[in-house]
Design a protein around this ligand. Sequence first.
Ligand SMILES: [Zn+2]
Ligand SMILES: [Zn+2]
Length: 160
Amino acid sequence: MPLASCPRCKTLFNKGQDPSQEGPSVCAKCVDDEEADYEAVRAYLEEHPSRSAAAVARATDVAESCVLRFVAEGRIKNVTTREAIKCGRCGAPAISTSKRLCEGCLNKLNQQLAAEQASVRLPPKQDASGKPKPAAGSEGGMGSAPGRLRDVIDTKRRLR
Ligand SMILES: [Zn+2]
Ligand SMILES: [Zn+2]
């Protein structure tokens, strides 16, 4: 009888005899929790499709490994699981595929944006001054103060 380690509580449990049938993926004790998590993830994805597994996990308070398990089992589909996408600032899983930022850094950026907007006015034609354009989407390319501000604004827009 095939034993498996429960991904939730790590105890060994019987995964079921029939190889043609997918046995339960968690132990009997964890089934209710697993289903509750599944329901939370499913409901969240209905309103927020195509989020990353990490973002879904954070928003629903479900373990990311659990979200990925639902994906692996084919129970949920509209979630992005490209794990290569990491926050360009701190390496945490990013919440967006278009701009690689984690939620924490996004919040920091928003605060930074608010602070900089309060103190700095963006010059209307910065590029005409002959300064090199800050490359859009460059690898963590935080340049001069105006460039950084623009990057922050750009980041915010993309994440809308
Ligand atoms: Zn368990
Ligand atoms: Zn980060």
